[in-house]
Design a protein around this ligand. Structure first.
Ligand code: NDP
Length: 241
């Protein structure tokens, strides 16, 4: 029987590429999303992968969502915490709402999603939790104090939980993408992207979602069992940590 992989934010951008790559690697995939029904319907029509709508920022919704996925497909063996948002502003203009939305989705979302699958993974003595952090959680980014704080928190979450899961056959790792060509990055002003961001990337281009997905498939494999608590950078050489 193929293992079940649950990908949050799995219907668009990097998450879509992860869902497809895991499906192609033989997993039964469930793709979660927050509210873009049109994108989710298109994704399911094109891939045949079932999409499930709930917010990772809502703990009760995550518990119910995981229960639904497990009832439909079987126990979750691989969890990809990929869902994320930006609410960018310089700090002096950052409202409590902008701070809270990003922390609740990008950091608390990891607790909300991992907690409901954790006991099952412990009981079955196998699990893979892969958290999509960011280069900006490693180096910090002006205009993204909320996002950088949440993404740095994802790395701390990964390192601590990896120690708890190790004896139970559960690995917990983080991937830190650099700038990847998705809606999130296309939302950046084109002039800023072309004149300030891309020139800082040694390979001279944005990353592809499939390049992050490939890293996820690698970490999800049974053979990756000795890799845990790690942070893997995939950023075109932009930052070394
Ligand atoms: P996109 O904006 O393209 O897609 C985001 C996905 O997350 C969508 O499927 C969206 O659902 C979902 N989502 C957002 N909020 C929630 C929520 N509360 N509950 C459930 N799902 C939610 O983002 P990217 O693909 O660019 O980013 C994916 C991850 O990679 C994020 O964590 C991001 O921070 C990280 N990352 C991205 C980089 C980049 O350059 N693009 C660089 C470094 C890290 P819906 O379709 O319903 O809106």
């Amino acid at each position: 029987m193929s293992k079940v992989a649950l990908v949050t934010g799995g219907t668009r951008g990097i998450g879509e590429a992860i869902s497809i790559a895991l499906r192609n690697a033989g997993y039964t995939v469930a793709a979660n999303y927050a509210g873009n029904d049109e994108a989710a319907a298109k994704f399911t029509a094109e891939t045949g992968i079932k999409a499930y709508k709930w917010s990772v920022a809502d703990y009760e919704a995550c518990v119910a969502g995981v229960a639904q996925v497990e009832a439909d497909l079987g126990p979750v063996a691989v969890l990809i915490n990929n869902a994320g948002i930006t609410r960018d502003a310089m700090f002096h203009k950052m409202t409590p709402q902008m701070w809270g939305e990003v922390i609740n989705t990008n950091l608390t979302g990891l607790y909300n999603m991992t907690h409901p699958v954790w006991s099952g993974m412990r009981d079955r003595k196998f699990g893979r939790v892969i958290n999509i952090s960011s280069i900006n959680g490693q180096k910090g980014q002006a205009g993204q104090v909320n996002y950088s704080a949440a993404k740095a928190g994802d790395i701390g979450f990964t390192r601590a939980l990896a120690q708890e899961g190790a004896r139970a056959g559960i690995t917990v790792n983080a991937i830190c993408p650099g700038y990847i060509g998705t809606d999130m990055v296309r939302a950046i002003d084109e002039k800023v992207l072309n004149e300030r961001i891309i020139p800082q990337i040694p390979v001279g281009r944005l990353g592809e979602p499939s390049e992050i997905a490939r890293t996820v498939v690698f970490l999800a494999a049974d053979e990756a069992g000795f890799i845990t608590g790690s942070t893997i950078s995939a950023n075109g050489g932009q930052f070394f940590s």
